[in-house]
Design a protein around this ligand. Structure first.
Ligand code: FES
Ligand code: FES
Length: 196
């Protein structure tokens, strides 16, 4: 696949898919708050560098807050019980499962979703590597895979293909794209990161 001319950007969550409200000033989120007058308003959440205000019951997960109260639907809901990794996002640079994280616990922290990885039209190197190595089929697991993969490299778990696979084992791919996913991560990690 030609990484310079990707055809599946929506799946990979590039900036081109970002809602106008997020890119601009969060005005759309004010509307969401107004739509739920009975729910308490959380202090601002910082998502992909944008401050947003949401009216949410205190038991709302970060995953539901993102998917149902904003247009940031790149973070996927698979199992909704911490078993599949489809909902992986970064909080203060570390990967977490959004389905097991209360939105209220994220106040004051920097939340990054798949939509926040690209720099305008320039894909994050991991997004480009997934395209180059065909690290996806249906693409449903792919946002979570990429968010985990980016964190994995920061964590330094790239000494071998086996280590990469082990530390990516929390991200399930029902299409079985595992070999290509490992190849993409190995590519980004570079020779210094992988002694396979
Ligand atoms: S949806 Fe969160 S781990 Fe499956
Ligand atoms: S690409 Fe289909 S579930 Fe992973």
């Amino acid at each position: 696949m030609d990484a310079a001319n990707p055809t599946r950007r929506i799946i990979l969550g590039t900036a081109a898919t970002l809602p106008v409200a997020v890119i601009a000033n969060g005005a759309g989120f004010t509307d969401q708050t107004a739509a739920s007058p009975a729910a308490p308003t959380l202090p601002l959440l910082r998502v992909n560098g944008q401050q947003i205000a949401l009216a949410l019951p205190p038991w709302t997960t970060l995953l539901d807050a993102l998917r149902e109260q904003t247009d940031l639907s790149g973070t996927k809901k698979g199992c909704d019980m911490g078993s599949c990794g489809a909902c992986t996002v970064h909080i203060d640079g570390k990967r977490v499962l959004a389905c097991l994280t209360l939105a209220a616990r994220c106040v004051g922290k920097n939340i990054t979703t798949i939509e926040g990885l690209a720099d305008g039209d320039t894909l994050h190197p991991m997004q480009a590597a997934f395209l180059a190595h065909d690290g996806l089929q249906c693409g449903y697991c792919t946002p979570g895979q990429i968010m985990s993969a980016v964190a994995l490299i920061k964590e330094g778990h790239t000494a071998s293909d086996i280590e990469i696979a082990e530390w990516m084992s929390g991200n399930i791919c029902r299409c079985g794209a595992y070999p290509n996913i490992v190849a993409a991560i190995r590519d980004v990690a570079g020779p210094a990161g992988v002694g396979h």
